[in-house]
Design a binder for this molecule. Structure first.
Ligand SMILES: Cc1cc2nc3c(=O)[nH]c(=O)nc-3n(C[C@H](O)[C@H](O)[C@H](O)COP(=O)(O)OP(=O)(O)OC[C@H]3O[C@@H](n4cnc5c(N)ncnc54)[C@H](O)[C@@H]3O)c2cc1C
Length: 302
C-alpha cells in the first residue's frame, strides 16, 4: 500500500476500530494506528453493551472488532502519532517514530485517560470490581450494596446522587480541600447520603471490600464498592495543534457528521463532547466514516 491513504484513523479503541470496519467496507484505503491502551481494556465484564446479554469483557469486545476490521483488509498497526499537520492542499501528514503517513482525511479516536484516584493497588482493585469509575456502565450491578463515591469536587456529588437509584447505603468521601455549595450538601443529606471528608491515605483495600477511616467520628467505614470521580483527561494534543475547537475540558466540538472545526478532520468516541460509552463511540464512528466516504472522490468499481 502506498503511504498516501484516503483516511488515517488515530486510535484503536471501539471508535477507531468501528470506523475502520466501515471504511474498509466502503473500499477505502485506510490505515489505523493505535498506541495500545484503550479504556475498554479496563472493563472486566460489560453488561450494557447491546447484543451481549451475558456481558462481554472489554478486551474480548476489542478483539472481535479487530478481527472484523482485518476481515476487510484493515489491520490496526501499533504505534503512536506524535504530530499531525494539515497540508496546503487540504490533506494531512502524520509523523510516527521514523515514519510519516499522508492522508486525505483523518478520524481522531484517541479517547480520554482516567485521572488516577489516590488509592492503593488501583489496577488490581479495578479488576476485582472494588473500584469502579462509571455508574452509567455498572451502577445496576451495584444495587443494594454499600457504595462510596470518592472524589474531590461537585462532580463526585452528582455521581453519588446518580447512584442513589441503586442503593440507600451511600456515602460521599471527599479528599482535599473541597467545599460543596450548601444547596448540593443539603440535597445529599436529604437523599440520605453521608458526606465525609477523609484523608486519601486512609483508604484500604480489603478482601471483599474497601475501608475508609473517618477522623471526625473515629470510625472505620466499610464499603462493598467505591466509585472514583476524579474526571478524565482528553487525548486532544493533535486536535489542539490543528486548532480544532473544543470546550474548556478539552472535549471536541463536532458537526452532525462528526467533523471538527478543521475541514477533513473528524472525531469520534470519548474525546468528543458527550457520553463516554462504547455504543456512543460506535455510533459516532459510523457517522464519521460514512461522512468521510461521501466527502472523498468516488472510486467506481470497474
Ligand atoms: C473501568 C471502566 C469500565 C467501563 N465500562 C463500560 C461499560 O460497561 N460500557 C460502556 O459502554 N463503556 C464502558 N466504559 C467506557 C468505555 O471503555 C469507553 O467509552 C470506550 O473505550 C471509548 O472508546 P474510544 O475508542 O473513544 O477510546 P479508547 O477505547 O480509550 O481508545 C483510544 C485509543 O487511542 C489510542 N491513542 C491515544 N492517543 C494516540 C496517538 N497519539 N496515537 C495513536 N494512538 C493513540 C490509545 O492508546 C487507545 O488505544 C468503561 C470504562 C472504564 C475505564
Amino acid at each position: 500500500m502506498s503511504n498516501y491513504v484516503d483516511c488515517l484513523i488515530i486510535g484503536g479503541g471501539p471508535a477507531g476500530l468501528t470506523a475502520a470496519v466501515y471504511l474498509a467496507r466502503f473500499r477505502r484505503r485506510v490505515v489505523l494506528i493505535d498506541g495500545g491502551w484503550s479504556r475498554a481494556e479496563w472493563i472486566t465484564l460489560s453488561h450494557n453493551l447491546s447484543g451481549f446479554p451475558q456481558g462481554i469483557a472489554g478486551h474480548e469486545y476489542r478483539e472481535h472488532l479487530g478481527e472484523q476490521a482485518r476481515l476487510y483488509g484493515c489491520t490496526a498497526e501499533k504505534g503512536y502519532v506524535h504530530t499531525l499537520i494539515r497540508t496546503d492542499e487540504g490533506g494531512f501528514v502524520a509523523e510516527m517514530d521514523g515514519r510519516t503517513i499522508s492522508a486525505q482525511t483523518v478520524i481522531l479516536a484517541t479517547g480520554v485517560v482516567e485521572n488516577k484516584p489516590p488509592v492503593p493497588h488501583l489496577a488490581d482493585a479495578v479488576k476485582r470490581g472494588l473500584i469502579r469509575t462509571c455508574p452509567i456502565c455498572d451502577g445496576y450491578e451495584s444495587r443494594d450494596k454499600r457504595i462510596a463515591v470518592l472524589g474531590n469536587g461537585p462532580h463526585a456529588a452528582a455521581e453519588a446522587m446518580f447512584l442513589r437509584t441503586y442503593s440507600s447505603k451511600l456515602a460521599l468521601l471527599l479528599v482535599g480541600d473541597v467545599v460543596l455549595p450548601t444547596s448540593t450538601f443539603d440535597r445529599l443529606v436529604q437523599a440520605g447520603i453521608k458526606v465525609m471528608a477523609i484523608g486519601a491515605e486512609t483508604i484500604e483495600m480489603r478482601e471483599h471490600g474497601v475501608a475508609a477511616f473517618y477522623a471526625a467520628d473515629g470510625q472505620t467505614h466499610n464499603f462493598d464498592v467505591v466509585y472514583t470521580a476524579f474526571g478524565t483527561t482528553s487525548q486532544t494534543k493533535l486536535a489542539r495543534s490543528l486548532g480544532a475547537r473544543m470546550d474548556e475540558a478539552g472535549r471536541l466540538f463536532v458537526s452532525e457528521h462528526q467533523e471538527t472545526s478543521v475541514p477533513g478532520f473528524y472525531a469520534a468516541g470519548d474525546l468528543v463532547r458527550g457520553l463516554n460509552q462504547i455504543s456512543v463511540a460506535n455510533g459516532e464512528a459510523a457517522i464519521a466514516a460514512t461522512a468521510v466516504h461521501n466527502a472523498l472522490p468516488m472510486d467506481p468499481a470497474s
